[in-house]
Design a protein around this ligand. Structure first.
Ligand code: FE2
Length: 420
């Protein structure tokens, strides 16, 4: 009797099997799982695609985005100064008019835009500083609505500070009761340094009580005296929660003096903390109060990576009060990291690709990720034969496969003829 055909067979791929390992092989999918991987797979399939040496990669991981504010740029006003704080003020006004439908429509539109570009894992922050928790409830509904094709984590993010107004602490806890995956914070935007320290300690207490991940907007400011990362480090060491904790942005780390930064690097070795840099937005937001020399304002990505710490990269914002640009393309993010962080060595370019794939998966604490037999069939095919070419050309993602189904297909850009 003839063998049962596979549901899907990709022939002649360059498979990215691990951060270190590229392998020419065919890959077969049955149902929602990877059924076989081999250089020359026998058998047939309902759908067979010859990918002709193109890169077959695990999906992109967007480890830091704000879906609740996505696609609102210019509403109710444009951020003229380009600063974080003007963005917060514009958002404070916009969020008064949030409805569940408004949040869900923009979030799903953004997630579809991301998914067609290979993003199948997303961690989004939801502002929990407004009393109706509309942003959070909307994103929790979206998490459910998209679960057949994308994994969404939602962080309860107190944009105006845990202690910025009397009800915020309770709203943060209520968000965890409602089902947020992670608890967030913004210690550098609390009213005092003491409130900032207290907020970090409270976040760790809540994470332990509700058994949630932690992702804190930490030191997103050019102030070299903004030192809440050391508080996060201390709490991580004392609680042992390190791998479940993420410090997002940490842009002040780029402004610390080296003596302090090196001491902190030593402490970080004891934590297994995750870092997320958002180079697209922080190269534009930071340095706004500088004349010249003007700081880059992106955390010490290269040095953290060289120290063996887990660093992933996020888009942060797509068309919102903090960043009016963006398409959701993670290769734009990786490319900006290559430039801003001066990671132009060949291994460094590959590392930037890994920061939007494997390292992001580690930040999200995903239980399974990668291309292995028996794993969920989540993958993408890029119009490139290496990570370097994918970043250099910002290659098109030709096919996106989620839970074993082809959910997106994109033709490569039209070829241009030089006519002279
Ligand atoms: Fe953010």
């Amino acid at each position: 009797m003839a063998a049962q055909p596979y549901d899907l067979l990709l022939r002649n791929g360059q498979l990215l099997r691990s951060p270190q390992h590229l392998e020419k092989a065919d890959i077969a999918i049955q149902g929602d799982q990877i059924a076989a991987i081999s250089p020359h797979l026998q058998g047939s399939a309902v759908l067979e695609i010859d990918v002709a040496g193109q890169l077959v990669s695990p999906p992109f991981v967007e480890s830091h985005i704000h879906l609740d504010s996505a696609l609102t740029a210019g509403d109710p006003g444009w951020n003229q100064s380009g600063s974080l704080f003007e963005g917060i003020e514009i958002w404070r006004e916009r969020k008064q008019s949030l409805t569940l439908e408004d949040v869900k429509q923009r979030a799903i539109q953004t997630l579809k835009q991301q998914a067609t570009q290979g993003v199948l894992y997303v961690r989004s922050h939801a502002d929990v500083s407004e009393p109706t928790l509309t942003a959070l409830q909307g994103l929790l509904e979206v998490r459910e609505a998209v679960k057949d094709w994308l994994t969404l984590q939602v962080v309860a993010f107190p944009q105006d500070g845990v202690y910025g107004s009397p009800q915020n602490e309770e709203l943060l806890e209520e968000a965890l009761r409602l089902g947020a995956d992670a608890v967030g914070g913004i210690p550098h935007y609390e009213l005092t340094r003491e409130d900032g320290v207290r907020s970090v300690q409270r976040i760790f207490e809540l994470a332990q009580r509700y058994d949630r991940l932690i992702d804190i907007h930490c030191d997103e400011i050019d102030d070299d005296q903004s030192r809440f990362l050391e508080v996060v480090v201390a709490c991580a060491i004392r609680s042992g929660l390190g791998p479940r904790v993420t410090a997002s942005h940490t842009t002040a780390f780029a402004s610390y003096n080296n003596a302090y930064a090196l001491k902190l690097m030593g402490f970080l070795q004891r934590t297994q903390l995750n870092f997320i840099a958002n180079p697209l937005i922080n190269i534009t937001l930071q340095g706004r109060t500088d004349t010249y020399p003007k700081r880059r304002g992106v955390t010490r990505v290269k040095e953290l990576w060289q120290q063996g710490l887990n660093v992933s990269l996020g888009h942060d914002c797509i068309q919102d009060p903090w960043y009016a640009l963006g398409t959701g393309n993670m290769l734009d993010v990786a490319s900006m990291a290559v430039h801003v962080c001066q990671m132009t060595g060949r291994a460094e370019i590959d590392a930037c690709y890994n920061m939007v794939t494997w390292q992001g998966a580690r930040t999200l604490n995903l239980p399974v990720y990668g291309l292995d037999v028996g794993q969920p069939a989540n993958l993408m095919v890029l119009d490139a034969d290496s990570r370097y070419e994918a970043i250099r050309q910002r290659s098109v993602v030709r096919w996106v496969i989620a839970r074993g189904k082809v959910i997106s297909q994109t033709e490569p850009a039209h070829q241009t003829s030089f006519l002279t």
